[in-house]
Ligand binder design. Structure first.
Ligand code: AGP
Length: 621
């Protein structure tokens, strides 16, 4: 997904746009660019590559003035990363500039029509087609308004163009003929208005503008905003009247800064004790031996009537969903089915009357997951969400939900949001279980174990240096397996994803028991296996699976429970975990795997926070 920022005020826009784009770079970093309005002209500066190597240097060598502008960081969908495909894009006249996040699905038909009308294009992008379409409508509107004045012709031109568009967009538009005005619009890709004093902003997420204002308006789908330095107006293409609600951001600029850590990912790994505390805060009801939530918007009888839960998510959040399945089925005895969000939308999954959909999403903007939520609601089912970003689209479109309160997660590889999701899922399982047959004693065991987790993570973090030594031993491996059983099987998948997405090493998470049915053929002395083998109910069987790997000379890095001496005889390296209840092991075991992946990626010189080909939140299907 891409990052968008717009500014209009009295200050020089370029530095504000550049700083905002730096805070958005985790959203996409193939290229970046800005467009400014200065003395009646639209001036573009854009460059392939990351901001500091590209756009920042360009602005230094070719500075641009103006107190109104828009900026963009790109995660390529149409057209390879290149200078010409970077945003902003101009219309045919060169007087209108557009930045866009999303996919214009009918761009080719529109492009053919414009080519026939004599338009020429400089890029391969769908966004440039949108810019030209807005330009065509602007010429019509501006001509008309020359007669009837009144409505802003740029706003009307954007509305006219978007009525012809099929697809998704978060966009910002400026025009040489409309000084002092930025038009923004959204459908399927997030866009917010930042409200300043004598200045206003547009942004794809609050990280870009939190340094300037905490007052924001989250735009809804089909909203079109007209923003000037001292006001903003919002209309809705669907209903013509938009609901505008001013919200206050919960986090500060410092929260979103990297601080003393070398990478955001490391900072966010170290924030995990606080993140778990925030996830639990105010939700543990020790007296009732249960958990409590404020935003599920369901009565007790409605919660009791749930007879099946489908959990839909993507990526790391999908791994959390798998843990959620184990937790809810064990503690609440409610059948749970886990779906990849993108599969759920299109495979006509059977949903009974009292089936509830639960979606998990850190960003609250993942297109696949949003589509799953909308599909369940379209079919008349309640859709709940566990989300980190307050005010995100999934949070606002769900029927109820639970915020993680993990704070901004900037590193593309999700860490603290993942363990926060697991903590919330544990609380939810207890909450549902205590409405059914979960005994108070067992519930209290789980709740107390959850409350002990922050300190256990802190003790695990003190192993960082020894973990770094182990990680460096294996940094040159080209293939890895991550194996687990029961509650730690999803964590094996997550450990593999962490390693592959930031170090680019091929890593496969697998069920330890399933290896003998084929994949064990891949084991040899050059293929290390990270084995999750805590002293849980599966320990003996998992140790037997481990022996099969060892018998084939596969190097083994074992995550074992402190005090386990037997493991030392069969593993090449051992990482000890504190003793914990089985349902809590997923949270505990994740932390060493995050650090293991981090140190290998750092040893390989990879860009840990902005891995190649990835973006923090994928807002395209
Ligand atoms: C996680 O490390 C990945 N960056 C990615 O798999 C991510 O979890 C996935 O895209 C889902 O994102 P979400 O939680 O914001 O919906």
């Amino acid at each position: 997904m891409c990052g968008i920022i717009g500014f209009v005020g009295k200050k020089s826009a370029a530095p504000i746009l550049l700083e905002g784009l730096r805070r958005l770079e985790y959203r996409g970093y193939d290229s970046a660019g800005v467009a400014l309005l200065d003395e009646g002209s639209v001036l573009i500066r854009k460059k392939k590559g990351k901001i500091d190597e590209g756009l920042a240097r360009l602005l230094k060598s070719e500075p641009v003035a103006g107190n109104l502008g828009i900026g963009h960081t790109r995660w390529a969908t149409h057209g390879v990363p290149s200078d010409k495909n970077s945003h902003p894009h101009l219309d045919q006249s060169g007087k209108i500039a557009v930045v866009h996040n999303g996919v214009i699905e009918n761009y080719d038909a529109l492009k053919q029509r414009l080519l026939k009308a004599g338009h020429t294009f400089k890029s391969d992008t769908d966004t440039e087609v949108l810019a030209h379409l807005i330009g065509v409508h602007y010429e019509k509107r501006h001509g008309q308004n020359g007669k009837n004045g009144g409505e802003n012709p740029l706003t009307q031109a954007v509305c006219d163009a978007l009525r012809e568009v099929i697809g998704t967009y978060g966009l910002a538009v400026i025009c040489a003929g409309q000084p002092g005005t930025i038009v923004g619009a959204r459908r399927g890709s997030p866009l917010i208005i930042g409200i300043g004093t004598g200045e206003n902003f547009l942004a794809s997420d609050a990280n870009a503008i939190v340094a300037h204002t905490k007052k924001v308006v989250y735009l809804s789908d089909y909203d079109v905003a007209t923003v000037t330095s001292d006001r903003f107006d919002v209309l809705n293409l669907g209903t013509d009247t938009a609901t505008v609600q001013i919200s206050n951001l919960e986090f500060s600029q410092e929260d979103a800064a990297r601080g003393r850590h070398a990478h955001f990912m490391l900072k966010e790994i170290y924030e995990q004790p606080r993140a778990i505390e925030n996830a639990l805060r105010g939700r543990v009801d020790a007296e009732g031996a249960t958990a409590k939530f404020g935003g599920l918007n369901m009565s007790v009888s409605e919660m009791r009537s749930i007879d099946r839960i489908v959990i839909a998510a993507s990526g790391t959040s999908w791994h959390a969903a798998l843990v959620g399945e184990y937790l809810i089925e064990e503690l609440a005895q409610i059948p749970v089915e886990v779906e990849f969000a993108h599969e759920f939308c299109y495979r006509n999954c059977p949903l009974e009357k009292n089936t509830v959909l639960l979606v998990l999403s850190q960003s609250g903007e993942t297109a696949d997951t949003l589509a799953a939520l909308r599909e369940a609601k379209r079919r008349g089912h309640r859709a709940l969400a566990i989300v980190n970003v307050v005010g995100s689209t999934i949070a606002r479109e769900s029927d109820g939900g639970i915020y993680m309160h993990a704070g901004p997660e900037i590193g593309v590889a999700s860490t603290k949001a993942f363990v926060s999701t697991l903590a919330v899922l544990s609380l939810l399982a207890v909450h549902l279980g205590r409405m059914r047959n979960l005994p108070a004693r067992r519930a209290l065991e789980i709740l107390h174990a959850l409350e002990a987790v922050p300190k256990q993570i802190e003790s695990l973090l003190t192993q960082n240096n020894s973990l770094k030594k182990i990680a460096k031993k294996y940094a040159k491996a080209e293939d890895f397996f991550f194996l687990g059983r029961g509650y730690t099987f999803p964590i094996a998948l997550e450990g593999a994803l962490k390693l592959k997405e930031i170090s680019y090493i091929h890593a496969e998470g697998y069920s330890a028991a399933e290896m003998k049915h084929g994949p064990i053929a891949l084991i040899d002395k050059n293929t290390p296996t990270v084995f999750l083998v805590p002293q849980d109910s599966m320990y003996d069987k998992t140790m037997a699976n481990l022996a099969m790997i060892r018998a084939r000379q596969g190097p083994i890095i074992a995550l074992a429970t402190e005090g386990d001496q037997a493991i030392k005889k069969v593993a090449n390296d051992v990482i000890y975990l504190p003793k914990a209840l089985e349902p809590i092991y997923p949270i505990i075991a994740t932390v060493p795997l995050q650090l293991f992946a981090y140190h290998i990626a750092a040893a390989r010189g990879c860009d840990v926070d902005k891995p190649r080909n990835l973006a923090k939140s994928v807002t395209v299907e």
